[in-house]
Design a protein around this ligand. Structure first.
Ligand code: PMV
Length: 344
């Protein structure tokens, strides 16, 4: 055993990490989680995962337990074990530690809000914080983003304040391996209209896989590259009308691709379509910049500016609420936050 193994006998690190909502969607990947196209997302504030990792010196690396919302969850434990084993070269510092993990989402998991994004980024930040303490160094966010990406592509974008882009593109510091922060000054709100809490029948991983045989794949990757440039320009110019047009086109294209996959699948529910129609109607009547986006699920993200909050939230209360089982009011947020750390 190296000297380093005795430096920390026991530790506990807790992080809170946000989910994100993609304005330009990542859909389709190559080997090793390399995206087929660059994506761009807004970091959320109220949708987050809080994860605590307890480390204890041990003969070998094991994950002793994983509690999701206080309950033991074998499926998540296996998923995390597989992720760490597969990338063990980067997690060698865990060689002599046993881990017990406690995690909690502030929103329903596996229903189209990116719980894998906040979940993997929160876990990776706990592990990176521990490694940094062992080495007497600082967390390298690019490395943390890269490792989060290997857990779930969208997780690479959850480590940054405001907005992040991931994948090779003309944007500054672009990479297929990690995401980078990008500062747009718009104060965007996101009300998530929850229409179902059911587990998805087709996972994102299966959906990415189906892009390989999708006849529209090449068209999609070309459109995504064009949309990224349009989105960057619109957000830089604080032109939410132009950004919104692209945001909606991206959401529709994502779900059209699902419908055109073989086998085809539909994640939208009747209420999802109803809400989309109401948003379009309200936009036409009010002239306000209010738009929708959708992730891989049936829930509708309603996007609007802080300055239009009163009118839009009245519309949500009057017209949208009845079509939902819950509403989550969220907005542009900051990256991960260290809540607690203790070493012995
Ligand atoms: O990170 P994954 O593998 O769960 O894929 C996310 C895919 C979308 O949420 C639909 C789009 C995106 O860019 O977040």
């Amino acid at each position: 055993m190296s000297q380093q193994d005795f430096l920390i006998k026991k530790a506990s690190v807790e992080y809170k990490s946000p989910s994100n909502i993609a304005f330009v969607k990542y859909w389709g990947k190559k080997e090793d989680q390399i995206p087929q196209n660059a994506s761009l997302s807004m970091t959320l504030s109220n949708c987050f995962t809080q994860t605590k990792v307890n480390f204890e010196h041990s003969d070998c690396f094991i994950i002793k337990s994983l509690l999701l919302d206080g309950k033991s969850n074998e499926l998540f434990l296996k998923k995390i074990r597989k992720f760490i084993d597969k990338n063990f070269e980067s997690f060698k510092f865990l060689n002599n530690y046993s881990l017990s993990i406690e995690t909690h989402n502030s929103f329903p998991h596996s229903s189209g809000i990116a719980s894998s994004a906040s979940g993997f980024s929160a876990l990776v930040m706990c592990l990176m914080e521990f490694e940094a303490k062992l080495n007497g160094s600082q967390i390298d966010l690019k490395k943390a983003s890269n490792l989060s990406r290997l857990g779930s592509g969208s997780a690479s974008r959850s480590l940054f304040n405001g907005f992040a882009h991931w994948g090779e593109s003309p944007l500054l510091d672009s990479s297929n391996l990690y995401a980078s922060e990008i500062d747009y000054k718009l104060n965007i709100k996101d009300c998530i209209a929850i229409v179902s809490r059911a587990q998805k029948k087709t996972s994102s991983s299966a959906g990415h896989g189906l892009m390989e045989s999708n006849p529209f794949a090449e068209v999609r990757y070309k459109n995504a590259a064009r949309n990224l440039k349009l989105m960057d320009k619109a957000l830089q110019n604080l032109d939410f009308f132009s950004a919104g047009e692209v945001i909606e086109a991206e959401a529709m294209e994502l779900h059209a691709l699902m419908m055109m996959s073989t086998p085809s699948f539909i994640l939208l529910e009747e209420e999802s379509i109803g809400i989309i129609k109401l948003i379009k109607e309200f936009r036409e009547e009010s002239g306000l910049p209010i738009f929708f986006t959708i992730d891989a699920g049936p829930n509708i993200h309603i996007l609007y500016l802080d300055e239009n909050k009163t009118q839009v939230e009245k519309f949500i209360e009057d017209k949208i609420k009845a079509k939902t089982i819950d509403l989550i009011f969220d907005e542009k947020g900051s990256g991960p936050e260290l809540l607690e750390s203790f070493y012995e």
